[in-house]
Design a protein around this ligand. Structure first.
Ligand SMILES: Cc1cc2nc3c(=O)[nH]c(=O)nc-3n(C[C@H](O)[C@H](O)[C@H](O)COP(=O)(O)O)c2cc1C
Length: 175
């Protein structure tokens, strides 16, 4: 069975992330969920664990404790991806477990799809634009969604393309 890791960041669509797990299962994939600490505040962790059948991981294991028993990923999806995590990922910063997992998988050449969700004030800034270009140079794939102004993310949040993200991940995944 193929495996996709879903990495959830702290933006509105995170509360609907169970839709991605459902799409993965419908496609016959196993899905393991990782969240940034802020993403975990937005997400329904109980629903994600019940639906995926796996714990949601938000923190590094304690040094000296066993590795997590998790199968290797055929694809990684970062969704919703905040401006914060996108900029840090591009800069090589790994100060959350989620960023560490994303960084390592990009470094390993595992197909990684980013679905940003950030308002136009954030995406219009130079650091964000540089981050997108840097990640694209590393073969990170982007699924773009319509732009929204600050404080207008609510309705778009509901239309977040979870199924499209899974379909794209399946297309680019390792075999
Ligand atoms: C209610 C609320 C909504 C937010 N929505 C977004 C968003 O849509 N996009 C974004 O990039 N940041 C958003 N933020 C800010 C991020 O949560 C913040 O930058 C945080 O540090 C991101 O952490 P993470 O990237 O580790 O998940 C929001 C914050 C709050 C409190």
């Amino acid at each position: 069975m193929k495996v996709v890791y879903l990495i959830i960041c702290g933006a509105g669509p995170a509360m609907h992330a169970v839709k991605f797990v459902q799409a993965a299962h419908a496609a016959g994939w196993d899905c393991h969920v990782i969240a940034t600490p802020t993403g975990a505040n937005f997400a329904d962790l109980d629903a994600l664990e019940a639906t995926s059948g796996h714990p949601v991981t938000t923190e590094h294991r304690k040094p000296g404790t066993p590795r997590r028993d998790r199968p290797d990923a055929n694809a990684v999806v970062i969704a919703p991806a905040t401006a914060n995590t996108i900029c840090k990922l591009a800069a090589g910063i790994a100060d959350t477990y989620a960023l560490d997992v994303a960084s390592e998988h990009i470094g390993l050449g595992i197909p990684t799809l980013v679905v940003p969700f950030a308002n136009s004030a954030l995406t219009g800034r130079a650091p964000y634009k540089r981050a997108i270009a840097t990640l694209a140079e590393e073969d990170v794939i982007f699924l773009e969604i319509p732009e929204h102004k600050p404080h207008h993310g609510g309705p778009i949040s509901e239309q977040f393309p979870w199924r499209e993200a899974m379909a794209k991940a399946a297309k680019v995944a390792t075999t």
